[in-house]
Design a protein around this ligand. Structure first.
Ligand code: ZN
Length: 155
């Protein structure tokens, strides 16, 4: 069976940046399952998998525009440390949910300088070119319920 819209696909994958550093990978024996054509995964990876079948290996390089978008420096801002009341120690890399005019956003602490904290609301992979090594492990028909919900249901 070939991958096309409304198929449920299971993939084993490794994601590396342009320096060859592994950013993410599916756990051994636990492939990622998704509903094809429903926007469950980034567009560049979804289109590269179109027409593939179980057992196929796919190597694809995805530019930011087809992945998590370009970085937007306006999404980085300095806020006072007092906004982090109840947190013992604020350190770069920590992630928080923040209430903003745009709703709830996840922000990452980019830097701490005394009483000033720089937070960044960009997706951590924004602006990055992503290199995927993928093995398709299974392709099956989606159930009616999965199609209705727009996502897969694991057994
Ligand atoms: Zn559901």
């Amino acid at each position: 069976m070939q991958i096309s819209k409304d198929k449920v696909v299971a993939i084993d994958y490794t994601l590396k940046d342009n320096d060859g550093e592994v950013l993410d990978a599916s756990p051994e024996g636990q492939p990622l399952q998704y509903l094809h054509g429903a926007g469950n995964i980034i567009p560049g990876l979804e289109s590269a998998l179109e027409g593939k079948a179980a057992g196929d290996d796919v190597s694809v390089t995805v530019e930011p525009a087809e992945a998590y978008g370009e970085r937007d420096d306006r999404l980085q801002q300095e806020v006072p440390m007092e906004m982090f009341q109840g947190v013992d120690k604020v350190e770069p890399g920590m992630r928080f949910q923040a209430q903003t005019q745009a709703g709830t956003q996840v922000v990452t602490v980019a830097a701490v300088d005394g009483e000033t904290v720089t937070v960044d609301a960009n997706h951590p992979l924004a602006g990055q070119t992503l290199n995927f090594e993928v093995k398709v492990s299974e392709v099956r028909e989606a159930t009616d319920e999965e199609l209705e919900h727009g996502h897969i249901h694991e057994e």
